[in-house]
Design a protein around this ligand. Structure first.
Ligand SMILES: O=C(O)CCC(=O)C1=CC=C[C@@H](O)[C@@H]1C(=O)O
Ligand SMILES: [Mg+2]
Length: 352
């Protein structure tokens, strides 16, 4: 198959910048791409890199797009190198969107999307509601992000009233004693049946990680506290895999790897090195969807699917994978997309 290829870079400021132990992130930059086959069928894709997680950066993605001819083939798309995982995701999602075909090309095997004939001819026809037009829409639940620090104590209630029951709070941003104090207050006030995820983005020391896991185990053991601490995400930096594997045997509180499994080769390596805990999978930067699908089916990993703060184009493709590959009914890390100010529909129309 061959397609007419067009692309547009974009920049979108977050309504509220995101503070993590990596620093402050206030603008999402990416690329929207459009493939049109010779029947006029259109597929949209999004390249949304997170270079500090190990994907390519925007410049590298733009360089790749610019060197492509106006007509691209399946062969080109399915041989995008592993150094460009966000490009692999964007292009393959767009092929997937063009229509239902069996993919038996290139190095990744995958099954085409059976939702043939879905009209994707204009951007605005894309469903902006992430739950609509998703195959087998199980009862999807979402995790909502709480801001780092004390602000979490105010923000959670609004989100709870909006129906969120799983929250993710960034830690490793402020001094550990301060965050533990806030955590105790959070654990005492969150209602029962609420789940709390703690995401350190690799920012804790080994001692701090032990202190956090020990504290979370105590919250679990305290029958007067009804909140469920679901897991601590990436407590240590990527180079401390062995320490995290050891910690995962020492505490009841689960550990989830995120930055350690950001790209497909990292994901495979951590599995091969014995990780059987939770894998946070960001489809937007992990790479080829068909290769991810095959890995998750074969290895039956306990996956939490997570956003890269993409637009509804990348989100739709990522949620499709999340619905297909989620196990253990874990909430999807694609909380309400309040990260951008302007109305997504208007923004998309202005872009193209
Ligand atoms: O996973 C979620 O709940 C939302 C997405 C999210 O937390 C992140 C997305 C992208 C980069 C990171 O700052 C952050 C993460 O570490 O998981
Ligand atoms: Mg994370």
């Amino acid at each position: 198959m061959h397609y007419q290829f067009q692309f547009r870079p974009y920049r979108r400021r977050f309504v509220r910048s995101l503070t993590t132990s990596h620093g402050v992130w206030d603008t999402r930059e990416g690329i929207i791409l459009k493939l049109t086959d010779d029947l006029g069928k259109v597929g949209w894709g999004e390249i949304a890199p997170i270079s500090w997680f190990g994907s390519e950066n925007l410049e590298q993605a733009l360089l790749f797009c610019r060197q492509l001819p106006e007509i691209v083939t399946d062969e080109t798309i399915f041989s995008i190198p592993d150094e460009l995982p966000a490009c692999q995701f964007g292009f393959e999602s767009a092929v997937w969107g063009v229509g239902s075909r069996e993919w038996r090309v290139g190095k990744h095997q995958g099954v085409g999307n059976e939702e043939a004939g879905e009209d994707n001819s204009t951007l605005s026809s894309l469903s902006l509601n992430p739950k609509s037009k998703i195959q087998n829409p199980k009862s999807l639940t979402y995790s909502a992000l709480l801001p780092a620090g004390e602000e979490a104590l105010e923000v959670w209630q609004t989100l709870w009233q909006q129906g969120d029951r799983t929250f993710k709070w960034k830690i490793g941003v402020y001094p550990v004693a301060e965050e533990l104090r806030i955590f105790q207050r959070l654990a005492q006030t969150l209602p029962s049946l609420t789940k709390l995820r703690l995401d350190a983005n690799g920012g804790l020391s080994y001692e701090e990680a032990n202190l956090w896991l020990w504290t979370c185990d105590n919250v679990k053991a305290n029958s007067t506290l009804t909140v469920e601490i679901e897991f601590i995400e990436q407590p240590l930096s990527v180079d401390k895999f062995d320490s995290m594997l050891e910690l995962s045997y020492c505490y009841n509180t689960a550990i989830a790897l995120d930055e350690s499994v950001a790209t497909f080769n990292q994901l495979k390596t951590c599995y091969q090195k014995g990780w059987r805990g939770i894998f946070v999978i960001k489809p937007g930067i992990v790479g080829s969807p068909s290769r991810l699908r095959q890995f998750c089916w074969e290895c039956e990993v306990d996956a939490v699917f997570s956003s890269v703060f993409e637009t509804s184009i990348g989100r739709k493709a990522a949620l499709q994978l999340a619905v297909e590959l989620s196990r253990h009914n874990r909430a999807l890390g694609f909380g309400v997309n309040h990260f951008f100010a302007e109305e997504e529909e208007i923004w998309l129309k202005n872009l193209w």
